[in-house]
Design a protein around this ligand. Sequence first.
Ligand SMILES: Nc1ncnc2c1ncn2[C@@H]1O[C@H](COP(=O)(O)OP(=O)(O)OP(=O)(O)O)[C@@H](O)[C@H]1O
Length: 486
Amino acid sequence: MLPWVEKYRPRRLVEIVNQEKALEKVKAWIESWFHGTPKKKALLLAGPPGSGKTTTVYALANEYKFEVIELNASDDRTFGKIERYLNAAYTMDVFGRRRKLIFLDEADNIEPSGAREIAKLIDKARNPIIMSANRYWEVPLEIRNKAEIVEYKRLSQRDILKALFRIVKAEGIFVPKEVLQEIAKRARGDLRAAINDLQNIVSGGVEDAELVLAYRDVEKSIFEALGMIFATDNAKRAKMALMNLDNTPDEVLLWIEENIPYVYYKPEDIARAYEAISRADIYLGRATRTGNYGLWKYAVDMMTAGVAVSGVKKKGFLRFYPPKTLKMLRDTKEERSIRDSIVKKIMKEMHMSKLEAIETMQIFKAMFINNPDVAAHIAVFLDLGDKEIEFLTEDKEKAAKIKGKMLAIHRKLKETKTELEVRIETIEAEAIDEEEISKEEPEEEEVEEAEEVEEEIREEKEAEEKPEEKKEKKGKQATLFDFLKK
Ligand SMILES: Nc1ncnc2c1ncn2[C@@H]1O[C@H](COP(=O)(O)OP(=O)(O)OP(=O)(O)O)[C@@H](O)[C@H]1O
């Protein structure tokens, strides 16, 4: 079955919705190639995922009779490939074949060394080069400066709904309007995500819709990560799939494990992928038991790159399923809200980013399971509630033990607090006294005669010896007038 994102990808520029301004710029630029070489030989299409950038490149090539050479910018081998293509492409153009258009995806993912090479290639190029990026400000400057930037808008819910209706009609199927609206809402401007959701739901039966959509809402990024891991044979890209994902490594492992048999079909490939998963599982377990979180890296490598290169994948549309071992949807939602509240507390108290906080929470989890004393201190520090402690220990008895220890810590803190309060009161009282004395200093400054200073010192000394008389004495020496009278 052909993925619908491909099947319904517009072939012509006019079919691309709601990007008129961007398309005007793109057309003007490509037409300038027919009258020589434009000032900027590269174009940078910048905008949110699923807004029509790749579609534009293919529709453009189709209409203006170019052949697209698509390369992945984050791939280390890209530079050599482009160079070969550019040479070959130019030679072919000279012989009157179809002109080549080079398309570099993910320009915001280029390593600095690759960026320098690509910048050099742009200078040399005699063919149009189009790049695309979600975050154009992350495209290395040396490339960005050589390209004309074309911005793509995030598509509206209405645009997405219209596109979904068109597909449903073309497929001759019935999907309730409410489901289509829900898909459009949750896609957050990403038409690719919306079309994939629609196909997911239709292929699983509409009764499945609620489940898939509910997961889509909270697991948007895990679906995307699975797509990336299972779509590539490149270990580096597979590892990158987990970047910015806010699921814990254990959760991700369950998702990948569940979907292996839907992606691989040869028994030996499936076996290899499972082997990678079980190694990842061993590393994760060891990291939790021993507190050696360096092992996480190996676990993540095994579960992403290890699985991604395990064999030949099924062609066409891949439907992903939530792991059966995860608890029912409602449980997961409740757990998620507890987890989110812990993460928020860590972010606030420890001044961390969300990602750092999630990682820290995983470490705390291991501590709560293995070390109730440390756990109790952390719980007091973060002001964790009962539910949050139970979540971190995964065990009511352990949680109760920690709560007991927390009471002791609170008691101790209270005692220390009272001691501290007494000390602070004393210090404050002393400070007030000193302040009162120093208030008179400006007047003393006005009196610079040695005699007078001497007198002042003497009086101070007396005041120290007899604090009860301090006020009186101070009154005596207080004003300039008194001194003048002497
Ligand atoms: N503006 C649009 N008009 C019509 N279809 C669109 C539009 N944007 C996206 N689509 C549909 O969504 C799918 C994905 O779009 P496309 O590949 O162009 O996204 P993209 O902007 O290149 O995203 P990414 O940055 O993730 O590569 C296409 O197959 C197409 O069917």
